[in-house]
Design a protein around this ligand. Structure first.
Ligand SMILES: [Ca+2]
Length: 182
């Protein structure tokens, strides 16, 4: 480091440092997160229909119904990547999501507990991806869902891009209940 900077050079140096700091702090070039912004673009089906009363079943094969089976809801979640920054199509911006956390907000009454589980979905830079997710666990239905219940299912996905930077995506879908779901 030179000891011979003239005082007149300091203002220029300060401007350079300030510009550098701005560049680091802007959302376009944050080195700690991926440049691939992930949107949840669709749910298929668009809503989670919970068959709250289940289906009567014959568990012991004697020809009469003696139990109830519940079917959870599965939805395909689609993602869209939009890469920001200077090198939009770099494969370093390809993302793999590996974890999903689901929480529930019921309009009335108690929600089922949150769930966290592994997923595997690749979303190329500026591309799309999709994954099937069990949005309502069948084991939660008898305890938490009844006629007319409605709510919102919130899904948080976690993963990283090819450069190891954390990546996230968040989406939500409506939950409704019925005695018959398609
Ligand atoms: Ca039913």
């Amino acid at each position: 480091m030179s000891r011979h900077h003239s005082p007149a050079a300091w203002p220029l140096l300060l401007v350079a440092v300030a510009l550098f700091a701005l560049g680091c702090n802007s959302s376009t070039d944050d080195p700690d997160t991926t440049n691939s912004k992930l949107a949840v673009s669709a749910f298929g089906p668009s809503e989670a229909c919970v068959d709250w009363d289940g289906t009567e079943i014959d568990t012991n094969g004697d020809g009469t119904f003696d139990g109830v089976a519940y079917t959870g809801t599965t939805q395909v979640v689609s993602f869209q990547s939009t890469v920001r920054g200077s090198d939009p199509n770099s494969p370093w911006n390809d993302v793999v999501l590996t974890e999903c956390e689901i929480s529930y907000k019921m309009d009335f009454g108690f929600p089922p507990p949150p769930r966290r589980f592994g997923v595997q979905v690749a979303i190329p830079a500026n591309g799309t991806g999709s994954v099937g997710v069990t949005t309502v666990d069948p084991n939660d239905i008898p305890a938490f869902f009844g006629p007319g219940d409605q709510g919102t299912i919130v899904l948080n996905f976690y993963g990283q891009d090819a450069g190891g930077h954390p990546a996230t995506a968040t989406g939500s879908t409506r939950l409704l209940t019925a005695t018959e779901c398609k």
